[in-house]
Design a protein around this ligand. Structure first.
Ligand SMILES: Nc1nc2c(c(=O)[nH]1)N[C@H]1C(S)=C(S)[C@@H](COP(=O)(O)OP(=O)(O)OC[C@H]3O[C@@H](n4cnc5c(=O)[nH]c(N)nc54)[C@H](O)[C@@H]3O)O[C@H]1N2
Ligand SMILES: Nc1nc2c(c(=O)[nH]1)N[C@H]1C(S)=C(S)[C@@H](COP(=O)(O)OP(=O)(O)OC[C@H]3O[C@@H](n4cnc5c(=O)[nH]c(N)nc54)[C@H](O)[C@@H]3O)O[C@H]1N2
Ligand SMILES: [Mo]
Length: 731
């Protein structure tokens, strides 16, 4: 019998069944498959069992999986799997060491850093890939066991701008405030900077109805796989110059106001701040927007009209109505990402989309637990339940749950980019714990991050493979993989899901919860640390109770029944909240906030003669830093190396032909990649995926400049020069 769980990768958290190879008795979606219980009656398969995955019927993925999902069990038995702690010896190499010695060494390093530099010299870097239980206990571990304020996580690279914009406008940040299936058959869907066809393939099924009706509008400087979904019908692909989405959104909003398409009743009844925004839009007429973005004025107008028509139809109760505006990393990972997401929200408010049953705004959360990971206290400024660490009432509540005095809780720490800049510096972090991130590859200006990691007194990395970051560590602790552990994940809809154990972990690997528990004991931490996920979840419920992300009514029993979807907020005694804001937004007065925003001059500053704009992003076959997927044979065979996408008109004067080796460089670094000529990209823009390491690492070129509100780094636009290095076949 198969185990019901969810994919280890992205935030779509596709439902899957896992069974020993050849034993997947019933096909997914059949009646008998549905009758299967969550856990295997016989318990997890013995260690080393080869598992296979199959899609399982679920409202988000509807039985679908992508290539990463199908191949995900491979890594469980990979020869590259770590199964013993590794300690760097006097010879500079990593050597196997026992668990006791490893944990003693880590605790000793923490004490040494405390004694030499104070408690804030210890830092923690967490992850949106961790289960809710791990994320929660990691935040507690940092503050009570390591006694540091210096904890942040890779969600700062991912969701922070959209989260900041959502909090500002709605008073609450849940990526999608509605179930994904609400999108089905919408009249118009405007997707900005999101390439779901590659990054969440089963998501595309939810766009089918809209595509068929010609209502899909994709905004991307490339004709991505998703932009291509607008072809063959009456969909629209808007192809702006990278980093100009804010101006584009102001232009669309301008048309909405000028042509009388705004929902005045909604604005008056449910929002505040309209006037200042309406005034600020005057300056962004479509022809000016065309000059700034390169998007034809007529397409700016057409987009506004289609969105308004979808909203109007839904309000009038007509079929095939509803308009949705969705943002992805392409518009958020900029130094003005918060303002750009705000502009998307302003547009949605003008049209009366949020807080209705037929329309809405949402951001597509990225990592497996990118939503839960931002709620339970691994952010530098936050306590569990999405509480603010500076709020005295929040401190009091969490301290009471933890059985400590509020003044035993440190204050706010440093956001990720600042934390990484501080490594090894005076007043900075000297001893760093990394849980679930490969920052040597995925952080901006990776060359500097690597130098920072090397300047530390002590680096501990918990991982199940020797990632590029783990390879730099003084101590590597081997942890469990998704199919070997129990826990919960919160998907991109804010729905809490059960991750279940299907196989016994290999001898030698340990749960991260156990590691924290052991270290907390060695460091004399107050309060309770556990290696039991359900025990931790029970405490998380209490810690989150009354906070914005309230999980107090959810327990493992409820989660075992898929027919009772657990969307937060889910206060005890409630039935959860599939759709937020239907009655009121989360600000005290119940109104959503318009905030006037305008573009800075960052995009213009890029185009000096001879420079191109490098945008970075993803390929279907690889996940993030590639630490996992580069170790899956099928995936790495499909995408063995990065390719630089560039337009033939750009390549010609540079003497670059298809398949030639190119060098991409700026003052931060140099990258080598094979050229792939394509008319799918703007001539002023080139594209690299960031899944590769060493001299193939796109982040050697990106800058650690950050959004002033969210701390999100500028991943999407970097000025670069490109030259030919070696002609194909010239060796
Ligand atoms: N296969 C795969 N799937 C993944 C992941 C993965 O690594 N691999 N990661 C997961 C995670 S954590 C995340 S955050 C999501 C990310 O999912 P997406 O947001 O879909 O991913 P990206 O490829 O980073 O960016 C999307 C698109 O933005 C475009 N873009 C770049 N700059 C701009 C710009 O200035 N304006 C506009 N309008 N568009 C721009 C790019 O050309 C790209 O096609 O994917 C998740 N799913
Ligand atoms: N240039 C550029 N850079 C980017 C982006 C971009 O678009 N362009 N996108 C950014 C975004 S959105 C994101 S989310 C980041 C992600 O980048 P990273 O934070 O580096 O994410 P991963 O590559 O998923 O790294 C996860 C690591 O943790 C391990 N791991 C997985 N699960 C667990 C676990 O439960 N416990 C522990 N201890 N380890 C685990 C994996 O093996 C892997 O080594 O990259 C960012 N970097
Ligand atoms: Mo992400």
């Amino acid at each position: 019998m198969a185990t019901h769980t969810h994919c280890p990768y992205c935030a779509l958290q596709c439902a899957m069944r896992l069974a020993p190879a050849g034993r997947m008795a019933v096909p997914a979606g059949t009646a008998s498959a549905v009758a299967e219980t969550g856990t295997t009656a016989a318990g997890p398969a013995p260690a080393g069992t080869v598992l296979e995955a199959a899609g399982r019927d679920f409202p988000t993925n509807r039985g679908g999986l992508c290539r990463k999902g199908w191949t995900s069990p491979t890594l469980l038995n990979s020869p590259e799997r770590l199964t013993t702690p590794l300690l760097r010896g006097a010879d500079g190499e990593l050597h196997p060491v026992g668990w006791d010695a490893a944990l003693d060494r880590a605790a000793g390093a923490v004490r040494a850093a405390w004694a030499a530099y104070g408690t804030d010299a210890v830092g923690v870097f967490g992850s949106g890939g961790l289960t809710n239980e791990k994320a929660y206990q990691l935040g507690k571990f940092a503050r009570l066991a390591l006694r540091t304020s210096r904890i942040d996580y890779n969600g700062r690279f991912c969701m922070s701008s959209a989260a900041a914009a959502g909090n500002r406008a709605f008073g609450l940040d849940r990526g999608l405030p509605f179930p994904l299936a609400d999108l089905d058959n919408a009249h118009t869907v405007l997707l900005l900077g999101s390439n779901v066809a590659d990054t969440m393939p089963p998501f595309v099924a939810h766009l089918q109805g809209t595509r068929d009706a010609g209502g899909l509008i994709v905004v991307d400087p490339r004709r991505s796989a998703t932009a291509a979904l607008t072809g063959g019908g009456t969909g629209l692909h808007l192809q702006p110059s990278p980093g100009t989405d804010l101006a584009l959104l102001l232009g669309i909003a301008h048309v909405v106001v000028q042509e009388g398409l705004a929902d005045k009743e909604f604005i008056q009844r449910r929002t505040a701040g309209y006037r200042s925004v309406a005034r600020s839009l005057n300056a962004w007429w479509p022809e000016r927007v065309q000059a700034v973005t390169g998007v034809p004025a007529e397409l700016v107008r057409e987009t506004a009209r289609r969105l308004a028509e979808g909203a109007r139809r839904a309000r009038a109760g007509l079929t095939a109505g509803g308009s949705y505006i969705l943002t992805g990393r392409g518009v958020e990972q900029h130094v003005d990402g918060t303002d750009t997401a705000t502009a998307a929200i302003n547009l949605s408010l003008l049209l009366g989309l949020p807080g209705t049953t037929h329309s809405g705004y949402g951001t597509l959360t990225g990592q497996g637990n990118g939503q839960g990971g931002r709620e339970h206290g691994q952010k530098s400024d936050q306590l569990p339940g999405y509480r603010k660490i500076t709020d005295p009432a929040a401190r009091e509540h969490v301290a009471a749950v933890w059985g400590i005095a509020p003044d035993q809780l440190p204050g706010p720490g440093l956001p990720a980019v600042e934390l990484l800049k501080s490594l090894g510096r005076p007043g900075g972090v000297r001893c760093l714990f990394v849980h679930g991130s490969n920052i040597a590859v995925s952080a901006p200006d990776a060359g500097r991050v690597l130098a920072g990691l090397r300047s530390l007194d002590f680096l501990m990395v918990a991982d199940f493979v020797l990632s590029e970051t783990a390879a730099e560590a003084d101590l590597v602790l081997p942890v469990l993989q998704w199919a070997e552990e129990e826990g919960t994940m919160t998907n991109l809809e804010g729905r809490v899901l059960r991750r279940r154990r299907a196989v016994t972990p290999p001898e030698g690997a340990r749960s991260e919860l156990w590691i924290m528990q052991e270290l907390a004991a060695r460091l004399g931490a107050p309060s309770m640390f556990s290696d039991n996920p359900e025990t931790i979840f029970e405490e998380l419920r209490r810690a989150s109770a009354g906070g914005p992300a309230d999980y107090s009514g959810i327990d493992y029993g409820i989660l075992d029944d898929d027919s009772v979807p657990a969307y937060w907020p889910f206060p005890a005694g409630s039935a959860g909240t599939p759709r937020l804001f239907l009655e009121a937004f989360a600000h005290a007065d119940g109104r959503a906030r318009f905030t006037a925003v305008s573009p800075g001059d960052t995009a213009d500053a890029l185009h000096r003669p001879g420079e191109l704009t490098l945008v970075t992003g993803r390929l279907l076959e690889h996940y993030q830093s590639g630490a996992q997927t580069r170790r899956v044979a099928e995936l790495s065979a499909a995408q063995p190396e990065p390719r630089l996408q560039l337009h033939p008109a750009t390549a010609l004067p540079l003497g670059i032909g298809n398949g030639d080796m190119a060098e991409i460089s700026n003052h931060r670094g140099t990258v080598r990649a094979r050229a792939e000529l394509s008319t799918d990209i703007r001539p002023d823009t080139v594209f690299l995926p960031f899944h590769f390491a060493g001299e193939q690492s796109a982040n050697l070129l990106t800058q650690a400049a950050t959004d002033p509100v969210s701390g999100m780094p500028e991943f999407k636009t970097s000025a670069v020069q490109v030259r030919v290095l070696e002609k194909a076949g010239s060796r």
